[in-house]
Design a protein around this ligand. Structure first.
Ligand code: UT7
Length: 311
């Protein structure tokens, strides 16, 4: 019995913040943002919508897609760096909203690679036959920690949530391989402190290009596959230039990479499940397709997963 994805869902706030809007807030231009990052617009949650609200909406969609009821959830794992409160966890807040009374619940912190860490934690519980239905959510309200006066970071981030329900699947399907890693010596390359997010953009860029390519190649090899077997590459949506470098390293044609960065910007732990949900809802992902997910983030952290789609 393998561990795989039973259902996916996403949520994006309605409010759109375009590059042109940002031109009025900081010294930047649509042209600079588009050519350096690929971002055209991002979504921003209103004051009444906190991280747990977005996590809840995405979870409801994923559970509906999976056909799993709240009482059937055994574990809720939420990857976020922007929880409503330091404690209790967002996972506990959505347990209550969902009415998932049989579930254990906790948050985990691995920044933009958080959802990869969550999915691989879920896989261990499922394959050891400890738990059956696990909700994994990547969610961020980055707008509440963004310094809107710092053009180096303000143009990059957005808000949103993506969720997957994981559970047992037929042998040969589900997670075929994974890689997780971290390097705390790079902690100060990307971190949050007053008054916002601090990032050494160039260093993070170099790390991301190297690590995403390497991790993606590693998980494909570990799964006993070759680059040509990949049907969909879903990289962390931080910057189109980093994403393109991964695609080229895997020698994939353009249409095999899922791209949402232009619409949502970098929503940290939620970019991968949002992109996965969007590709699935668009009918791009079919049973037995090979899907490679790969992320990197503050920590530094990274993670990659090869999935054979379907139950
Ligand atoms: O989820 C993980 C999070 N982080 C990332 O993935 C970020 C990784 N890094 C990057 O994506 C890129 O490094 C950035 C998009 C952040 C920056 O792109 P870059 O091509 O590395 O630009 P740069 O930092 O080398 O800056 C080039 C110039 C600088 O001006 P000078 O020194 O050449 O005169 C910056 O001051 O662009 C300037 N600049 C801007 N100009 C207009 C920096 N931010 C902006 C801006 N608008 N928003």
């Amino acid at each position: 019995m393998g561990a795989g994805v039973l259902g996916v869902g996403k949520f994006s706030p309605e409010k759109v913040l375009t590059n042109f809007d940002l031109e009025k807030m900081v010294d930047t231009s649509d042209e600079w943002i588009r050519t350096r990052t690929g971002i055209e617009e991002r979504r921003i949650a209103d004051d009444d919508t906190d991280t747990s609200d977005m996590a809840y909406y995405a979870s409801v969609n994923a559970m509906k897609d999976a056909g799993v009821q709240a009482e059937d959830l055994d574990l809720i794992l939420v990857a976020t760096v922007t929880p409503d409160y330091p404690f209790p966890s967002v996972a506990c807040l959505i347990q209550e909203k969902l009415g998932a009374w049989n579930a254990a619940a906790m948050d985990l912190s691995a920044a933009c690679a958080g959802c990869m860490y969550g999915m691989i934690t879920a896989k261990q519980f499922i394959e050891s036959d400890t738990y059956k239905n696990i909700l994994v959510v990547g969610v961020e309200k980055l707008s509440k920690i963004t310094n809107w006066e710092d053009r180096n970071t303000a143009v990059l981030f957005g808000d949103g949530a993506g969720a997957v329900v994981m559970g047992p699947v037929t042998d040969g399907r589900g997670v075929l391989s994974f890689e997780l890693g971290s390097d705390g010596s790079g902690a100060k390359e990307l971190f949050q402190d007053e008054p916002g997010i601090y990032m050494n953009g160039r260093e993070v860029f170099k790390f991301a290009v190297r690590q995403m390519g390497e991790s993606a190649v590693n998980v494909v090899e570990k799964a006993g596959l070759t680059k040509g077997d990949i049907d969909h590459l879903i990289p962390h949506q931080a910057n189109i230039r980093i994403m393109e470098a991964s695609r080229q390293r895997l020698e994939l044609p353009e249409d095999r990479m899922v791209k949402t960065v232009q619409k949502y910007g970098n929503t940290s732990s939620s970019t991968i499940p949002i992109a996965l949900a969007e590709a699935y809802e668009d009918g791009r992902i079919n049973d037995d397709d090979i899907v490679v997910l790969v992320g990197f983030g503050g920590g530094l952290t990274w993670g990659a997963v090869t999935l054979k789609w379907g139950q």
